[in-house]
Every structure is written in structure tokens, then in C-alpha cells.
Design a protein around this ligand. Structure first.
Ligand code: PEP
Ligand code: MN
Length: 338
């Protein structure tokens, strides 16, 4: 159920209401909005009487939640969620471009790429230390050593950092070293992992699975939010289709759909969608045009010799050119770009 109250609701009134709900053994999701304050009731609703809630004079109305996912639904949180990762706001008016190599390979490599990105004005750097590789014989990532490098380079260059977490056992370690976690496509429905990252006080980028529906993806977000972490950013990274000309097919239509049904920020990873660098500029521009709140783009100083994803990472000069063009696209749709 959703309890709707006017803007003027006091803290005592809100405490009274949430107290009643919690006493009935239910969870609450409070969303103070610009015109209304909305309280979502999560759990077995038969435990609380709708009439009791409606009888409170500061309550405007009580309605059922239509969508099966609750915390992620716009019904319980009409305003956009803006995720603040160390001062960088994702989901606000500025489109946020996150860039960096697929994998951290060495300190020199990450420092070299990071310093070029920093000079361009990029604020958030990506780099993976744990790699979900199709082949067990492919480069698996530097692990903890890689996390230390990401932390060191991020600190030296003043860049916000993000990296992938693959295993429930390493969530704490990863969270100690970076500013934002990423759950990749192979783990979108790894429910134990989702619950663990939900307990962490760091934002989480949650990619769609290779074949998840929008509803399944939002349920995955719900697993994270249910543990208390509401700072979830959805990242579209392509879906597997019959088309062999690209590694995956970028699902551009999912962006306006998500913006309609959820308040969570939505970003796009055009590199893992395409699997090759050629289409990345066009897909990046298209993503902003259809409403993406950000991009996650792979940039490598020497992609031909990269230890992973050689064919899709942009060279720094290619990225710099694209980054300048993206500002124009963002402006055309009334947004800034950082
Ligand atoms: C990545 O971003 O490094 C990655 C492995 O992507 P995905 O999970 O989308 O395959
Ligand atoms: Mn990659």
C-alpha cells in the first residue's frame, strides 16, 4: 500500500505513521517529495487496516501499489532519485560520463589512462579487478592487488572510482577500496550477492542480465534496496539477440520505459552492448537522446594489447572527441554533461 500525505506533514506525524506500520511487522519506504510525502508499506498488507491509516487526518489517501516491485517503483517515489557518489550526482540534470579501462592491468596503465581522463574533465573512473570471463583460461583480473591500485590511482588523481564485485565473499573488501560497486550482467540475478551489496553503504551500478526482463531487473534492484541501500543505478548493457553483427543488441527502448516506471537513475554501457568500438559513439549519443542519465564507456591507452575486451575499448583520443560531441547532444535535450 502507499500512504499519500501533503507537503506539510510534520516529523511527529510521520513518526506516528511509520511507528504504526512497523508495529504491525511491516517495512516502510519513506519518500519525501516536492509536493507530496509518500510512504510505501512493504510486506503482508493484511496485517494493517487501510481504514486505520485513512482515519489519520494528515493522510490524504491510501492506495494499493500496482507494480510487483515496490521500492524501485515510481509509485512510492515519484521524484527521480539522485545518487550522490562523493559529490558527483547521478540522476540529476547532468549526464554523467564514467570512463576507464575494462580491467586494471597495472598501476602505470591505470594512472596513464586516469590522468588523461582527469585532464578531459571526467569525474568517475571505471576499472575492473575481478573479471567474469567466459573462458576460465582468459585473464581473470588482478583481484585485491587491482583493488589497491584503483584506490591509489583514484586518490592520487582525485577521481571517484567504481569496480565490479562478483562474489559475496569479496563485497566488504571491494567496498573498502572503491566509491561505487558494480554488479555485472552475469550476476544480475545472483540474489545472495544482491543482498550483500544491499548491506553496503556505497552506491551500486546494477546491469541488466543477458536475458532479464525489465521486471526481473527491477526485482534485482529491489533485492538491494530491501537491505537498506537505495542508491541503485540501473545500467543497460545490451541483451542477447539473434544478431551476430554486434556482441549484444543495445536495448535503447528500455531507457524511456525505465524512466517511466522507476525513479532510479538509468545509465548505458554501449561498449559491452556493441562488443566493438565502431558503433560506440553513435550508441552513446543515442542513449543521451532517449534519456539516459549517464554512460559507462571503456577507454584504454593501448586497446590492441589490452588483457580484456580489446576490440571495444576506445583509444583516449577517440574518447576525447566523443566526449566533446556528447555535450552537444546533452544540450539538445536540455541537459548538462560531466
Ligand atoms: C564490465 O563492465 O566490465 C562487464 C564485464 O560488463 P558486463 O557485466 O555488462 O558484461
Ligand atoms: Mn569490458
Amino acid at each position: 500500500m502507499i500512504v499519500v500525505m501533503g507537503k506539510g506533514v510534520t516529523e511527529e506525524q510521520l513518526d506516528h505513521l511509520t511507528g504504526l506500520i512497523k508495529k504491525a511487522g511491516l517495512k516502510v519506504h519513506v519518500s519525501p517529495g516536492t509536493t507530496k510525502t509518500i510512504v510505501g508499506i512493504i510486506g503482508d498488507e493484511s496485517k494493517i487496516e487501510k481504514d486505520v491509516l485513512e482515519s489519520l487526518d494528515f493522510v490524504e489517501k491510501v492506495m494499493p501499489i500496482q507494480k510487483p516491485y515496490r521500492r524501485a517503483s515510481r509509485e512510492v517515489h515519484p521524484d527521480n532519485t539522485i545518487v550522490d557518489v562523493k559529490g558527483v550526482k547521478i540522476g540529476g540534470n547532468d549526464v554523467v560520463v564514467i570512463a576507464g579501462p575494462c580491467s586494471v592491468e597495472s598501476e602505470e596503465q591505470l594512472y596513464g589512462i586516469g590522468s588523461r581522463l582527469k585532464k578531459m574533465g571526467i569525474k568517475v573512473m571505471r576499472a575492473s579487478a575481478y573479471k567474469p570471463r567466459t573462458s576460465p583460461y582468459a585473464f581473470q583480473g588482478l583481484g585485491v592487488k587491482g583493488l589497491r591500485i584503483i584506490q591509489k590511482v583514484g586518490k592520487e588523481l582525485g577521481l571517484v572510482t567504481e569496480t565490479e564485485v562478483m562474489d559475496t565473499r569479496s563485497v566488504e573488501e571491494v567496498a573498502k577500496h572503491v566509491d561505487m560497486l558494480r554488479v555485472g550482467a552475469r550476476n544480475t540475478q545472483n540474489f545472495d550477492l544482491l543482498k550483500e551489496v544491499g548491506k553496503v553503504d556505497k552506491p551500486v551500478i546494477l546491469k541488466n542480465g543477458i536475458s532479464t526482463t525489465v521486471e526481473e531487473w527491477l526485482f534485482a534492484a529491489e533485492y538491494i534496496m530491501n537491505e537498506g541501500n537505495n542508491n541503485v543505478i540501473l545500467c543497460e548493457r545490451g541483451i542477447r539477440t539473434f544478431e551476430p553483427m554486434t556482441r549484444n543488441t543495445l536495448n535503447l527502448s528500455v531507457i524511456p520505459i525505465l524512466k517511466d516506471v522507476t525513479h532510479l537513475p538509468v545509465i548505458v554501457d554501449p561498449c559491452h552492448a556493441a562488443g566493438k568500438r565502431g558503433p560506440v559513439p553513435a550508441l552513446s549519443k543515442a542513449s543521451i537522446a532517449v534519456g539516459a542519465d549517464g554512460l559507462l564507456i571503456e577507454v584504454h591507452n593501448d586497446p590492441e594489447h589490452a588483457l580484456s575486451d580489446q576490440s571495444q575499448q576506445l583509444r583516449p583520443e577517440e574518447f576525447e572527441k566523443l566526449y566533446a560531441q556528447l555535450r552537444g547532444v546533452a544540450k539538445a535535450v536540455g541537459r548538462g554533461l560531466i
